[in-house]
Design a binder for this molecule. Structure first.
Ligand SMILES: NC(=O)c1ccc[n+]([C@@H]2O[C@H](COP(=O)([O-])OP(=O)(O)OC[C@H]3O[C@@H](n4cnc5c(N)ncnc54)[C@H](OP(=O)(O)O)[C@@H]3O)[C@@H](O)[C@H]2O)c1
Length: 258
């Protein structure tokens, strides 16, 4: 498939997206912003990836990904000439589609999605609103494109990604604790990583209540899992988690008025 895809912004999220696209669709011509020479220099070594200024990226791409910080988008996009029929896909957390729509006129109908850096190796869920067709063409099959019903539900999808660092913290605490008994931090980390990835890998991802089913399976009365979950629940941890997610959702809603 011969496609032209541009990236405005060449930072932490654009770079793995470019590498993924380059691996998946080698015939796709990818244009990237000259910014961030550390990333753009390395990416330009890939066949099919060309570094150019922002207007050239826009002029020479049918599909343009906006991978900028929201405030940079607000100042940079009004100076660029987009065109009718161009497909615009934003990955920006805190700017509304209505605002993006105004910034990229006369291009219309921008789309928003939530990629994460592990899109590079695949298996990255891609919530999208309002239309997932282009995203599916570029990243589908190995990354599940999940069509979201409303723009209001996109902020909470961005917020939900924040469980990753918090989950790493929990795993780090467990590995640390375990290594206090074994004397090997490396073996402890390997054990905990395999325990969790193996368990999650075995879980069906069809959305049919598998978390609750798994908790039931892990809820033998008097069992170890049951005891630890009850202990942590009593500390108010799960309410705190919900409050933290609510706080993120509120922050994103405030920063992205529709
Ligand atoms: N990181 C993630 O995992 C992730 C996931 C989902 C969504 N997002 C969203 O993606 C967006 C970018 O995040 P990021 O983490 O990739 O940030 P980042 O690493 O700071 O990347 C921002 C990029 O924008 C470039 N830039 C700055 N001014 C520019 C201009 N005038 N023209 C063109 N490019 C310009 C920067 O170049 P210089 O370095 O040269 O300034 C850099 O390449 C954010 O809106 C964020 O919400 C990020």
């Amino acid at each position: 498939m011969s496609l032209t895809v541009g990236f405005l912004g060449t930072g932490r999220i654009a770079a793995p997206m470019v590498r993924s696209l380059n691996r998946r669709l080698p015939d796709c011509a990818i244009r990237i912003s000259v910014r961030n020479r550390k990333f753009s220099g390395r990416l330009s070594a890939l066949p099919g990836v060309t570094v150019m200024d922002n207007q050239d990226v826009v002029d020479r791409s049918e599909i343009v990904f906006l991978c900028l910080l929201a405030d940079v988008a607000r100042s940079e996009l009004p100076g660029l000439d987009f065109r009718e029929g161009q497909k615009i896909i934003s990955v920006m957390a805190d700017i509304s589609l209505a605002e993006i729509g105004n910034l990229v006129l006369p291009a219309t109908d921008p789309v928003v999605t939530v990629p994460l850096p592990f899109i590079e190796t695949g298996g990255c869920p891609l919530p999208v609103f309002p239309d997932g067709e282009v995203l599916h063409t570029l990243f589908g099959n190995e990354n599940e494109v999940i069509l979201v019903n409303t723009e209001d539900a996109m902020g909470p999808h961005f917020a939900a990604t924040a469980i990753l660092s918090h989950t790493m913290k929990q795993l780090d605490v467990v590995a640390d604790w375990l290594s206090g008994f074994t004397g090997s931090r490396q073996n402890a980390e390997r054990y905990v990583a395999s325990l969790l990835t193996g368990y999650l890998g075995s879980l069906e991802k069809d959305g049919n209540g598998r978390f609750r089913e798994a908790m039931e399976d892990l809820s033998t009365e008097g069992g170890l899992n049951n005891q630890l979950r009850a202990h942590i629940g009593q500390s108010g941890f799960y309410e705190t988690l919900r409050q933290g997610l609510d706080g993120l959702e509120g922050r994103l809603r405030e920063r992205a008025p529709v």
